[in-house]
Design a protein around this ligand. Structure first.
Ligand code: FE2
Length: 429
């Protein structure tokens, strides 16, 4: 992975790129003959008649079209689950999981998928799943296509090289990657690797509106990086694994799917470095709502009620006066799946480990543990920097159901609710 990759900056831009000069048609998308004997193929990420601002599509010019593939056969996977129908009934308790160990046995990105929570239904284009990936091997002559949802990948340990039909992305912890629904990709690792994935069945992730914040701030569009065109030259067979209707399917073809020589369009994979997130916070008093930390949002059909928001808690200064600075105790209509990439989370300074996860479902009360409450209630409120930390949340309007693996896979911390048991009745009239 030593070769540094090139990128094209800008979220939602109509990117234009060719790996061989003269491959892109000029002035038309599908000429009678494409240069260099290439085939034209369209990938749509929106209905053709979606409003212009939401329309996503990319034209690819490739050595063979993706229809040249063998027939698909079912492929079993014990730990990959889809939709509320594959979730388990669970009590309305706060749930938390310790970091899952990366297996010793060979495990690539697809084999290492472990679904923790699910909601919705990909056929209804509603909801999401949160998965872990636990990988120690690269996908070599194997590619993955997810027809059920786009994938937001949040590495926690280990750098990834993600090869897609539209080019390559190098992504390390602190960065994220976004892979459009229906786009083939494979993942190479450089050692034991772990991370989180939001599989989004709903509207594609986009940047949130900024309202009174204005035209700058939070995640700026230019910091999202799309790949440049790149194709694999090596001949030989490939395995294509497709997630389609909640199941995995496998086919073999005689050539690489990474054979796109040129492309143009606004439906692309991206990487984004969370260090570029311009954080907004209180400079007077009170703990603001976490919506100020939204990086990307997948709206539902009700304004403001996200199908899923991707929210980060990055390093930032805490300066609010006369304020309990961590999140207060709360219970919300939205459901919160959290992960920790590195460092400490201020509401759970010791109990929540990097690589761990938590679920605070709709109307499940939660907040700072006993230790965090005691400290934040009495600490000197000088300006203080929360540093070396990155927590995140997948927040969704639909209740999340844990999977069988989440409940019985060994990482569930059954003593989690005890972290609040020391909060005494201190009332005195
Ligand atoms: Fe919360």
């Amino acid at each position: 992975m030593s070769e540094a990759l090139n990128y094209q900056a800008g979220f939602g831009n109509q990117h234009v790129t060719e790996a061989v000069a003269g491959s892109l048609p000029v002035g038309r998308n599908s000429p009678q003959q494409v240069a260099h004997g290439l085939y034209a193929e369209l990938l749509s990420g929106a209905a053709f008649t979606a409003p212009r601002a939401e329309n996503l599509r990319t034209w690819m010019y490739r050595r063979q079209p993706s229809v040249v593939v063998g027939s698909y056969q079912p492929l079993s996977h014990d730990f990959l689950k889809t939709g509320a129908a594959e979730g388990q009934a669970a009590p309305p308790d706060p749930l938390r999981w310790a970091p899952s160990a990366i297996p010793e046995a060979r495990s690539d990105f697809v084999a290492g998928l472990r679904t923790l929570v699910v909601n919705g239904d990909p056929d209804a284009q509603v909801g999401m799943a949160a998965h872990l990936y636990l990988a120690n091997a690269s996908m070599e002559r194997s590619a993955f296509v997810n027809a059920d949802g786009e994938l937001l990948i949040v590495p926690q340990q280990g750098a990834l090289r993600i090869t897609t039909e539209l080019g390559r992305l190098d992504v390390k912890p602190g960065e994220i990657a976004l892979i459009p629904r229906g786009l083939a990709f494979k993942v190479a690792v450089d050692g034991p690797s772990r991370g989180y994935i939001c599989e989004n069945y709903g509207a594609p992730f986009r940047l949130p509106e900024l309202g009174p914040i204005g035209s700058n701030g939070l995640a700026n569009p230019r910091d999202f990086l799309a790949p440049v065109a790149h194709f694999e030259a090596e001949a030989g067979a490939y395995e294509i694994i497709k997630k389609f209707g909640g199941k995995l399917w496998r086919a073999e073809q005689g050539h690489t799917p990474f054979n796109v020589v040129a492309w143009h369009g606004n439906l692309t994979p991206y990487k984004y470095d969370t260090a570029h997130f311009m954080t907004i916070g209180s400079i007077s008093f009170d703990h603001p709502d976490p919506s100020i930390f939204t990086v990307l949002t997948s709206p539902s059909d009700t304004a403001g009620w996200a199908n899923v928001d991707f929210v980060i808690f990055p390093p930032r200064w805490m300066v609010a006066e006369d304020t309990f600075r961590p999140p207060w105790y709360h219970r919300n209509v939205m459901s919160e799946f959290m992960g920790l990439v590195l460092g400490q989370y201020d509401a759970k300074p010791e109990g929540f480990k990097p690589g761990g996860s938590s679920l605070h479902n709709a109307y499940v009360p939660h907040g700072p543990d006993t230790e965090a409450f005691a400290k934040a209630s009495s600490v000197d409120l000088a300006p203080h920097k929360l540093d070396h930390t990155l927590a995140f949340m997948f927040e969704t309007r639909w209740r999340l159901l844990p999977t069988e693996f989440a409940l019985n896979g060994g990482a569930l911390e059954t003593s989690y609710v005890q972290c609040w048991s020391g909060l005494q009745d201190r009332f005195s009239a």
